[in-house]
Design a protein around this ligand. Structure first.
Ligand code: AMP
Ligand code: ZN
Ligand code: FE
Ligand code: FE
Length: 312
């Protein structure tokens, strides 16, 4: 899993200069066009799984991963659409984990929509989100915003994970704030007056379940991880990769993360984290480095060994 010796700035340019309608030449490795971080309507994205796959395909993406928050509900539809279009869709998930006061996101690749232990974890996380939504609604009401749990809950399909974007959408729709940005800046952002963290299992508990389910765990948007201590906690518990390429990473951050991944023998992944709102970059706008998908496939075969080593 060692890094290629591509010059740092070269990889950044490569990531940012992707033409949206440029299709890879016949026979070119599909790895060149992999977007491994995408959201759908099954969590807080704007496109259905099928529409997302079609849009990614139209942007030249040849391998994508659907990584909705705390659910794999969109995976099967996306994989069917990808098969129809002749591209590859990896089943994925993005799981929020509280660690030392921070909300850390793990991407799980090869997340089995029918794996019982994984699905039990995800349904626990979604249930905790319901409780948190109720508590955040109370906080907003104390701020004088007449939101109700029922009105927000109605805007999200039963069984789908609820979160701050849905509260923000309510505030925008009723004219209490101008846009999602303002909703987060004034009320909902980390440390904001209506913010509450999700209640989640520990990093060790989550990583153990992911690994036991055959899922490859990768630290999402690793540039926002707040401390060495947090990183080390995940690394020691079985983390297998870092999301190095992400719209929130500036070139210096990307370079630092590439070095960190190389130092610890971690995979290097990347994606657009497309939700379809506001100033989001389109699917395919940020891509995994060449060879990342093949290394992810290889990492998948290593999961049982890592599980055995760390958790017996
Ligand atoms: P939650 O998982 O409920 O804590 O909500 C976090 C989600 O809110 C993220 O995954 C983003 O999709 C969205 N989000 C976070 N910050 C902002 C922001 N400033 N503006 C718009 N959306 C945001
Ligand atoms: Zn999201
Ligand atoms: Fe995230
Ligand atoms: Fe995400």
């Amino acid at each position: 899993m060692e890094n290629e010796s591509v010059a740092e700035d070269e990889s950044v340019v490569e990531n940012e200069s992707v033409a949206e309608d440029e299709f890879p030449a016949e026979g070119e490795s599909a790895d060149e066009a992999a977007d491994l971080h995408l959201h759908t309507t099954r969590s807080d994205g704007r496109l259905s799984p099928s529409d997302l796959v079609r849009q990614a395909h139209a942007a030249g993406v040849r391998v994508l991963a659907v990584t909705d928050h705390d659910t794999t509900a969109g995976v099967e539809e996306a994989m069917a659409e990808a098969a129809r279009l002749g591209i590859r869709c990896l089943p994925g998930v993005e799981v929020g984990v509280q660690c030392l006061g921070a909300d850390i996101h793990l991407l799980g690749y090869f997340a089995d929509p029918r794996g019982p232990a994984l699905q039990a974890l995800l349904s626990d996380l979604r249930r905790a989100r319901e409780e948190r939504l109720g508590a955040m609604v109370q906080r907003l009401r104390l701020l004088g915003l007449p939101v109700t749990f029922a009105s927000v809950r109605r805007s999200v399909a039963p069984g789908s994970p609820v979160g701050r974007p849905h509260l923000a959408a309510w505030l925008v729709a009723r004219g209490w704030v101008r846009d999602l940005e303002e909703a987060f800046r004034w009320h909902l952002g980390d440390g904001g007056p209506a913010y509450l963290p999700n209640r989640t299992p520990t990093p060790e508990a989550v990583l153990r379940i992911l690994l036991a389910s055959g899922t490859v765990p990768v630290l999402a948007h690793a540039g926002v991880v707040p401390s060495e201590e947090v990183f080390e906690r995940f690394r020691a518990a079985g983390l297998m990769g870092l999301e190095v390429h992400h719209p929130r990473h500036d070139p210096a951050t990307t370079a630092r993360l590439r070095a960190l991944a190389a130092q610890h023998g971690l995979l290097e992944t990347g994606g657009s984290d497309y939700h379809g709102f506001g100033r989001d970059l389109p699917p395919g706008s940020v891509r995994a480095p060449a060879g990342a998908v093949a290394r992810l496939d290889a990492a998948r075969r290593e999961v049982p060994r890592i599980l055995e080593t760390l958790y017996g």
